[in-house]
Design a protein around this ligand. Sequence first.
Ligand code: GAR
Length: 203
Amino acid sequence: MSAISKTNVAVFVSGSGTNLQAIIDSGIESANIAVVVCNTPGAMAIERAKKHRIPVEIVNSKDFKSREKFERHIVAKIDKYDIGLVVLAGFMRILTPYFINRFRNRIINIHPSLLPSFPGINSVRQALDYGVKQTGCTVHFVGEEVDAGPIILQVAVAVAEEDTENTLLEKVHAQEHSILPEAIRLFCEGKLTLRGKKVLVSS
Ligand code: GAR
């Protein structure tokens, strides 16, 4: 029986870390969560990682004069983990070309809308305010343009008339927790091929 080769994954977080939890709980055979990087000391995500004995690097973005200095510090910290994939799971910092080039086509992000609709922050609020009947979530590769990289997976979520930001957020989150681990699995199994703006997914 041959052992499954695993890709070392760095999960970047800023807040509660429910997506991190979903990645941990899904136990993807082809992925090893090598390290969790958090830019906000005290975030709940840190406790989730520690509970599962995953190494955590806390790098406070407020301690750095520039985004690139902050990223260079992170890169120095995670160098030893031989990272093959960076997953932005609620990481609320915009990355510079320095970091994007360092992990070119090996950074994925989860976003709480059907991109290209409602990029940026408060996407669920934006969708509610706009009055769309469907919103959802997107996993995409990260490029220089914010929330605009090639789309890997998307799921739609119906917006009910009685939805509040919280109820809709809950529905979107539930879908995020399924497509983010799935996208990681596809990446680590070598099933994603980039063709320009398109991502081909093989089964
Ligand atoms: C998630 O909904 C994710 O899509 C969003 O932050 C939340 C993090 O939740 N990310 C963005 O808005 C990025 N632009 P979590 O910490 O519970 O996983």
